[in-house]
Write a protein that binds this ligand. Sequence first.
Ligand code: F6R
Length: 615
Amino acid sequence: MCGIVGYIGNRDAYPILIKGLHRLEYRGYDSAGIALINKENELSVYKTKGRVQDLEEFSKSKDITGNIGIAHTRWATHGEPNNVNAHPHYSQSESLALIHNGIIENYAVIKKELLQKGYTFQSSTDTEVLVQLIEYIKSTNQCDLFTAVQLALNQVVGAYAIAVLERGNPNCIIAARKSSPLVIGIGDDEFFLGSDASPIVEYTNKVIYLDDEEIAIIERGKTEPKIVTISNVQKTHKIKELEMNLSQLEKGGFSHFMLKEIFEQPETLKNCMSGRVNQEATNVILSGIIDHKEKFLEAKRILIIACGTSWHAGLIGEYLIEEFCRIPVEVEYSSEFRYRNPVINSTDIVIAISQSGETADTLAAVELARKAGAFVYGVCNVVGSSIPRNTDSGSYTHCGPEIGVASTKAFTAQVMVLTMIALTLANQKGTIKQEEYEGILKELLLIPNKIEKILALNEQIKQLASIFTYAHNFIYLGRGFSYPVALEGALKLKEISYIHAEGYPAAEMKHGPIALIDNEMPIVAIASDNAIHEKIVSNIQEIKARKGRVIAIISEGDTEIKSMADHCIEIPKTKECLSPLLSCIPLQLLAYHIAVTKNRDVDMPRNLAKSVTVE
Ligand code: F6R
């Protein structure tokens, strides 16, 4: 949650920070703020409720000079989104300014102590407590800023990525992290700071990812930051090269990142398979599995942990792994798993799925599973993020930065990786016949072209969307592999259009939800070919008998459902186990066009932020 950006060098900091905030805005967009030190060594803070654009407006008449600064875009946790709660926060004497991503869990206790010592607070945030604590420690210990930050961080419980500036000290930014990501970009005579690499990539591809409980002293004139842990151990980090490029962070002619990312899927899925599935379609190799083959062959059970869209991908993973590998699989929400004292054995494999690799609940669930002795495998998109760094092995989804808050291309890439996991493992275990294995691989290689065909239906789906903007509720139905797709389709619609939508296994309708059906209710039936096709046909009949309005996703040439449904979207045929990779595409487009027609802010839907790095 929240975006952090910082700059120290010879250029004007303000434009770099503002541009950085725009790139990070997907992480949170309740309020934004900036702190700068000018040539006279004065420290100024400008902040406002609203978006980065509002901050630019607000700072127009202000002194925005200086070549050192920090900036923040917020997703509110403590305290409502308003001007006062926006970051940066000043310390009591206004000699320090601090930005923070995360949650200080013991802030109330510290605040009470500081209040007793005469400190006063402007905001209701935990962040202001931290900056006041640093100032208090600095003045009582008569120490430098770095030592004060170090001592303060030893007192706090919780998660943080912070950056601190000090009035009269224009040559240094202090930054630190625990459980919230922080990246330092190294340029020529300049440094950048970001909660991810997106505000940095335009200037340098050399970066250092801070580890937990590390503090960086980023000083003008130095070639590298000095890194020390909160318990005072000096650290050296290898400088890494960014894989990201600038065009991946821009809309490239599309009206929204979400639409761009939907249209990128043929390419992202090719990238995901590249070097893994051979062109002859005779083999798939995931090195993360092959390198730990024994562990996987011994596994008695696989647990999948994830949140949101990634959890939906996990459900598809369950169907795939059970079908082909004959290993029992359980899929859990990370947030439930971490707090319910689950049974975890050393013969379990835990697969953690996360686009960002930073979701707090999934990260905590990973730690729990590792402590219990399970082998933990990460399926993540963001290279170098916390989950891949805290797992025993894993596979990246390689779909490039996902900026749209609603996940699209990350979902299909996760499903693709899970398919490759299932096939690699089944082949190693001998639970799949060579003919079936090669048949699926052959079909897998055709998926990107088939998605191209579905994307060509964009106009048709847009027309369809315009018919249904009246609706306040939607139901999505599917069976087998299409059931998780129904859940995902409903989530996409909810989060960007604010229309209530529910996904159900189609046969469950008659156990209650069918009572909701009337001639106003749109039902999206994911009814592409599968082994129990006639069952979903009868579920559609049940809905039509109650006058529901059916939008069916069908396989090309399905005249039976076509004659029943009110509207159909025809998608290419594929193998049933791969059908989610195709059937989710029209649902992404439908949600997108409904949201656009309703004038919603598709890339930054209300109340949401891209990665949930707090509980
Ligand atoms: C929905 C969406 C969220 C995420 C969830 C997990 O479109 O994006 O539901 O899927 O917050 O995030 P990651 O995958 O980063 O762990």
